[in-house]
Write a protein that binds this ligand. Sequence first.
Ligand code: HEC
Length: 116
Amino acid sequence: MKHIITQASALAVVCAFLHTGSAIAQDPNAGRNLAANCFTCHGTGGNSVGGVPPSLAGRGSAELFQTMKDFQTGKRPATIMHQQAKGYTDEQLQAISAYLSQLKPAAPRVPSKASY
Ligand code: HEC
């Protein structure tokens, strides 16, 4: 009897996991909605003003994902991104990375010729 209960709860965990997965996979706006959190610092549409912190628009999806994983594990040094990266599951990071990679990078900023 105990064995059956253990199997049932294991199944419930698997179902909960699959359900979460399919919710993100089925929501075409998941990447956009999650990436909105990044734009506060990385600029509207992933293009930061003056390049600080670096723009994210149009960067490779795999590269973005790996960078976020490196922030999560602490492999890559950071001031703020460790905290930012830790709140997301792999699936969410994949959705964010895929979305950011599709955004158009802004044209390089031409330095102003105005004299101050
Ligand atoms: C509170 C401001 C802030 C937010 C929000 C934020 N970042 Fe960052 N990000 C930074 C800073 C600052 C750096 C430079 C590394 C550091 O010091 O942490 C950075 C660096 C990065 C880098 C490395 C860029 C490079 O070329 O070196 C990536 C990739 C990145 N962030 C992705 C994201 C993603 C994806 C999100 C949203 C899930 C996000 N960031 C949210 C501030 C932020």
